[in-house]
Write a protein that binds this ligand. Structure first.
Ligand SMILES: Nc1ncnc2c1ncn2[C@@H]1O[C@H](COP(=O)(O)OP(=O)(O)OP(=O)(O)O)[C@@H](O)[C@H]1O
Length: 460
């Protein structure tokens, strides 16, 4: 997202000329003809730079006074001064009073762009940093190639380029924030900030201050997350936890991209893309009177659903490999191999905490691995919670019954149990199960019918 420059000049020609030059280079430009308009524009939204003509005619404050006022209110806001030919003294005085630099009229476009770029360097670095942090903090691509994940990835790619709002649903730890970060990364807003608002992690009283910022005595005291996200993406995590009074204000942000700070009267305008997430179904929250229906329709322009891991077990091996490689690199040890039986156990487990739990367990397993066994993760190295909750091939009673039965019958019982476990492992996908157990797909179908398992889910 472009850096935002405010041009303060009493001459319309200069304002137009400079706006044109800056916009051609990808900046966004706003203009003000006098000190009042300039201070208003800054209050509406903090620019990245003010370009100020020190010879301001017909203005309440002259150029130097306006410079002082801007610096008094916000010492870190850079101001680049334009001075008329022969006003070197004023320009020097301006630099002494806090201007970043000055440029003399008439000036070349090249020189102007150089100075603007220099004066906004801190801001640019700050943005790059925030962006890098956002990427490192999330870091993860959406690992997995199940049809559910492929579909999510395709939808994200398609809507990233548009400004559409996206509502991501799915249980805890399933990757909703990862999806939101990818959407931002693939969007034209990628250079601007990705800001997370998590209502679940704040007290209801704090939510509005955090989101909208605070004004005291008509002046900005603390910018909120919405303002910090200007030009970028605002991720409203666990939207169902937003207090109902805040929901009305968020609705206003969505309808006219503006809001008022806490304790403030003036309208602040922002340009943000809102992506929200929820683990609780919003229609239920609406029915219970805890969520505004009109807000739901505004947020849910493009729905994206991330199913729990149990519905896409075929993603588990790729996720395990991804986290094993990551944590081995962090521990500076070679990436261990994961033994077949260990992988099968991980794939069969139910993962109530979804990918977050899987990530934690892989991390714990690598940290706890004895030094001489770090080259390979065997089944006995997995934590007890995974091992104690494995589907049993056959209960004790079934085993006893099998031992008392003729071979043909015992074999049938075994096959039934074996196939039930394997089909579950591949989330009911017959082709994948067939390829894993080494049977033709049609033969497996016949077998399942014969064993009375044909009702097993066949999600192809
Ligand atoms: N498909 C995936 N590929 C790689 N990592 C993933 C994937 N899905 C989730 N993760 C990782 O799992 C963890 C949890 O993901 P995330 O925070 O996005 O989940 P969430 O759905 O937003 O959860 P919550 O609702 O609890 O905040 C993160 O560390 C994330 O990096």
């Amino acid at each position: 997202m472009a850096l935002d420059v405010l041009i303060v000049d009493d001459e319309q020609d200069i304002r137009d000329l400079v706006s044109g030059v800056l916009e051609d280079e990808g900046y966004t430009a706003r203009s003000a003809a006098d000190s009042d308009a300039a201070l208003d524009a800054i209050r509406d939204r903090r620019p990245s730079l003010v370009l100020l003509d020190v010879w301001l005619q017909g203005s309440k404050l002259d150029g130097l006074e306006l410079l002082d006022e801007i610096k008094r209110r916000d010492p870190s806001l850079p101001v680049l001064v334009i001075s008329g030919h022969g006003n070197l003294d004023t320009a020097v005085a301006a630099v002494r009073r806090g201007a970043a630099d000055f440029i003399e009229k008439p000036f070349e476009a090249e020189r102007l762009l150089l100075l603007v770029s220099r004066a906004t360097e801190t801001e640019r670095l700050r943005r790059e940093n925030a962006n890098l942090k956002a990427q490192v903090g999330g870091g993860d691509e959406l690992t997995g190639s199940s049809s559910a994940i492929n579909q999510v990835r395709a939808t994200l790619k398609r809507v990233a380029a548009t400004g559409s709002r996206v509502l991501i649903t799915g249980p805890a730890g399933v990757g909703k924030e990862v999806a939101a970060r990818l959407l931002h990364l693939w969007s034209p807003r990628t250079e601007a900030p990705f800001v997370v608002v998590s209502a679940a992690r704040m007290t209801p009283e704090r939510v509005e201050e955090e989101l909208f910022g605070v004004e005291e005595g008509g002046e900005l005291a603390r910018p909120g997350l919405l303002e910090q996200a200007h030009g970028g993406t605002l991720f409203l995590d666990e939207i169902a936890d937003m207090p109902i009074t805040t929901q009305a204000k968020i609705l206003r942000v969505l309808t006219d991209q503006s809001f008022a700070r806490v304790g403030g009267q003036r309208t602040v305008k922002v340009d943000v893309r809102v992506v929200s997430a929820t683990a609780r179904p919003l229609p239920d929250e609406i029915a219970a009177g805890r969520f505004r229906e009109d807000l739901y329709y505004r947020l849910n322009v493009v729905p994206v659903h991330l199913p729990p891991l149990t519905e896409r077990r075929e993603d588990i091996p790729a996720l395990v490999d991804h986290f094993v490689a990551r944590y081995a690199a962090e521990r500076r040890v070679p990436t261990p191999e994961v033994a077949g039986d260990a992988m099968a156990a991980l794939q069969a487990y139910d993962w109530p905490g979804n990918v977050r739990q899987l990530r934690n367990i892989v991390e714990r397993t690598i940290i706890m691995a004895p030094g001489d066994r770090i080259g390979r993760i065997d089944i006995d190295m997995l934590p007890p919670e995974v091992l104690s909750d494995q589907p049993q091939l056959a209960s004790n009673a079934t085993q006893t019954a099998m031992m008392g039965a003729p071979l043909r019958e015992a074999r049938e019982t075994f096959e039934r149990e074996y196939l039930r476990v394997q089909i579950r492992r591949f989330s009911g996908n017959i082709s994948r199960t067939a390829s894993f157990i080494g049977m033709e797909r049609s033969a497996l179908h016949r077998k399942l019918k014969l064993l009375g398992l044909a009702d097993s889910r066949d999600e192809e």
